[in-house]
Design a protein around this ligand. Structure first.
Ligand code: ADP
Length: 559
C-alpha cells in the first residue's frame, strides 16, 4: 500500500502542480461524474484537492493505472481522469478492484462531443459478439454447425425506427431488411402496429414481435398500480401475509377521477406533497406537484382536466390521471435527485421467463433538490426526465445528466458498505420480479411476443427502492458514446435471447451477455434453474463480451 503523496512523488508530479492543475477542476470531469462535482462535501474532501494527510491509501495494483492516467493528463488538456473516485475509498482490495472498474469506465468516457470517440465506438461495436464468435469458432469446427441452424441471411427483419440503436443492431446482425407489412420474421415496432393488425392476422410459429397484446397492463401508470394492489389483496386473502407485505414498493396511489373520494380521505390523513400524473403521457408531460386540496379543485375546473385527446374532448370525458404520494426524501448525490432506468426482457408470461440487464443508468436533475414551498412547482428540481432536464439553464450537453448504474452502485458502496447496497439492489430486483408476477395472469400470453421494458426506480434516503413506472418503449436513442455502448450491447443481447438463429442451448441460461435470469417458471427437473434469490447482479460489472464468447464456444463444442 502506498499513500497518494508517495505516489505523486514517485510519479514526479509535485503536489503543488497537482493543486493548481485545472485538469482536476470541476469542468474537467467526465459526464458521469458531474453529480459528484457538484457535491460540496466531495469537493471539500482531500481526495479532490490533493492528499493533505496520508489518509487516502492506494493499493499497489492501481499505481500503474494512476501513473498512466497522470501521464496522459499531463499530455492532454482534454483528458478526464476521475481521480477522486479512485481515491475516495480504497480501504479494501475488493473495493479497490471495484473502484478501478469505475475509473476505467469513466476513463473511457470522453466528451460526448468527441467525434473521434464516437467513431471509435461505432467502429468497434458494429458487430454482434455472439454472432461473430459463433461464426469464428464454427469455422474452426469446419463450418458444420451452421448447416443445421437457421441461416442469418434467411431472417427477414422489419424495424419501425430507422434512426435509433435498435436499427443499427438489427443491421449488424446481417439479417435481411424488409418493409413488408406481414412478410417478416422479426418485427421491432411501436405499439400502434399491434392495434391495427395483431388481431386480424395469423403469425407463423417462428415470427417474433416486440410487444405483448395488452402490454399496457404493466406499463400504464394506473393499470400497474391496480394490478399491484390486486396482487397484494389476493395474497392477503390467501393468508400469505408475509409475501403480501412485500408489495410495499410503490407509493400510495389513486386513479382519478374514479378514486377521487378515496384520495381525499387519504390526503386528509396523510397531507404533505402529492404528485399528479396523466396516465397516458410520458416524459414528464402534464405532471405537477401540489400540497393543498384546493389546488386540485382549481385544477379540476381548469381546461387541463379535459383531455388533449380530441376524441375524449368531444365526448366531454376527463383525462385519466393518477395521484401519488410524493417521495419527499429521495437519495441525493451532490444535492441532486435521480432515478434509475433498468432494463428487463420478458420472453414469456406463461410460464413467466424474464431476464434483467445488469447495466443501466441514473438520470439526474440539474437543480439541487429542495422541498421549499417556492420550489414545489419547479420541474427542474423534482422531475428527472431527460426531456425536462435538457431545458435547464445549467444543462451541459457535453456532460449530460446520466451516470452509469455501476458507478452509482460503487459510489454507494463507498458510502454505505457492500451489505447495505447489495440489499438495495436485491430489493430492486425483487420489486421488478413482483411487478411481473402481478400481471402474469392478466397479460395475454402469445408465443410470438416478447417485450423489453424500461423500469423507473427511485431510491429514498433510507435506501428503499420505489417503483415509479414501467415503460413499454424505453428510449433507444443514444445521447453519448457511453449511452450508445450500453444500448447497443443490451439490444444485441436481446436479439441473442430472442434467438431467431436458434443458437441458444435448450436449457435456460443463467446469463446471456449482460442479461441475468430473473425468473424461469418453466424450469424442469432436468434443467433446474436456481435463480439466486439473495443476490442481484444488477449494477455489477458487465462482462458480456467474455460471457458471449464462452457461450458460443460451449455451444459449438456441445454440438
Ligand atoms: P413519465 O412517464 O412522464 O416520465 P413518471 O412517473 O416516470 O412519469 O414521473 C416522471 C418523474 O417524476 C420521475 O422520473 C421522477 O423523477 C418524478 N416522480 C414521479 N413520481 C414520483 C413520486 N411519487 N415521488 C417522487 N418523484 C416522482
Amino acid at each position: 500500500m502506498v499513500s497518494l503523496s508517495d505516489l505523486l512523488k514517485q510519479l514526479d508530479v509535485s503536489l503543488e502542480t497537482y493543486h493548481q492543475s485545472t485538469e482536476f477542476g470541476p469542468g474537467s470531469y467526465a459526464a458521469e461524474l458531474q453529480p459528484f462535482v457538484d457535491c460540496e462535501e466531495h469537493l471539500n474532501s482531500s481526495s479532490v484537492h490533493g492528499d493533505r494527510g496520508d489518509r487516502k491509501v492506494v493499493a499497489p495494483d492501481i499505481i500503474d493505472y494512476l501513473r498512466d492516467g497522470l501521464r496522459r493528463t499531463a499530455n492532454s488538456k482534454r483528458h478526464q481522469f476521475p481521480l477522486p473516485v479512485i481515491l475516495n475509498n480504497c480501504s479494501s482490495p475488493k473495493a479497490t478492484r471495484q473502484l478501478i472498474t469505475i475509473s476505467e469506465e469513466s476513463h473511457a468516457l470522453q466528451s460526448p462531443q468527441s467525434a473521434r470517440v464516437a467513431r471509435q465506438i461505432r467502429k468497434k461495436k458494429n458487430t454482434s459478439i455472439f454472432q461473430k464468435c459463433y461464426r469464428l469458432i464454427n469455422n474452426q469446427f469446419g463450418g458444420e454447425m451452421a448447416q443445421t441452424k437457421m441461416s442469418k441471411n434467411s431472417i427477414k427483419f422489419r424495424c419501425f425506427w430507422k434512426t435509433t440503436t435498435i436499427y443499427e443492431v438489427l443491421k449488424a446482425r446481417q439479417w435481411v431488411e424488409t418493409e413488408s407489412e406481414l412478410d417478416w420474421d422479426f418485427f421491432w415496432s411501436d405499439v400502434g402496429w399491434m392495434y391495427e393488425f395483431f388481431d386480424h392476422i395469423h403469425l407463423a410459429d417462428h415470427q417474433r414481435f416486440n410487444h405483448f397484446r395488452n402490454y399496457y397492463e404493466l406499463t400504464r401508470k394506473d393499470f400497474l398500480i391496480k394490478n399491484l394492489k390486486r396482487m397484494k389483496k389476493t395474497l392477503e386473502k390467501e393468508d400469505k401475509l408475509e409475501e403480501a407485505a412485500n408489495y410495499n414498493f410503490f407509493p400510495q396511489t389513486y386513479a382519478l377521477p374514479a378514486e377521487y373520494g378515496l384520495f381525499v380521505e387519504e390526503f386528509k390523513r396523510i397531507p404533505g406533497v402529492w404528485i399528479m400524473k396523466p396516465v397516458g403521457k410520458a416524459r414528464g408531460r402534464g405532471i405537477f406537484l401540489f400540497t393543498r386540496l384546493s389546488q386540485i379543485s382549481e385544477w379540476k375546473k381548469d381546461h387541463r382536466w379535459k383531455s388533449e385527446n380530441p376524441q375524449l374532448y368531444v365526448v366531454n370525458q376527463v383525462e385519466n390521471y393518477i395521484v401519488q404520494k410524493y417521495i419527499e426524501s429521495p437519495y441525493l448525490i451532490g444535492g441532486k435527485k435521480f432515478d434509475l432506468r433498468i432494463y428487463v426482457l420478458v420472453l414469456s408470461y406463461a410460464p413467466l421467463k424474464a431476464y434483467l440487464y445488469r447495466s443501466g443508468f441514473a438520470r439526474f436533475t440539474n437543480a439541487h433538490f429542495s422541498m421549499k414551498k417556492e420550489d414545489i412547482a419547479n420541474k427542474l428540481v423534482h422531475l428527472t426526465n431527460f426531456s425536462i432536464q435538457k431545458h435547464a439553464p445549467t444543462y451541459n450537453s457535453k456532460t449530460g445528466t446520466k451516470w452509469s448504474l455501476h458507478s452509482l452502485k460503487m459510489h454507494m458502496i463507498t458510502k454505505h458498505g457492500e451489505a447495505k447496497v447489495n440489499e438495495l439492489f436485491h430489493d430492486i430486483r425483487s420489486a421488478i420480479l413482483r411487478s411481473l408476477l402481478s400481471v402474469q395472469n392478466v397479460i395475454i400470453q402469445d408465443k410470438h411476443c416478447f417485450e423489453l421494458y424500461g423500469y423507473d426506480i427511485l431510491v429514498d434516503k433510507a435506501l428503499k427502492p420505489w417503483l415509479l413506472e414501467v415503460n413499454a418503449s424505453p428510449s433507444l436513442a443514444a445521447d453519448t458514446p457511453q449511452d450508445r455502448e450500453l444500448k447497443y450491447g443490451m439490444l444485441d443481447d436481446v436479439l441473442t435471447l430472442v434467438d431467431m438463429e436458434r443458437r441458444l442451448p435448450t436449457q435456460t441460461s443463467l446469463q446471456v451477455g449482460g442479461f441475468d435470469l430473473l425468473v424461469d417458471q418453466g424450469a424442469t427437473e432436468s434443467s433446474p434453474k436456481t435463480v439466486p434469490s439473495l443476490f442481484s447482479y444488477l449494477g455489477c460489472y458487465n462482462d458480456r463480451d467474455k460471457q458471449l464468447k464462452q457461450m458460443a464456444k460451449a455451444q459449438l463444442a456441445s454440438g
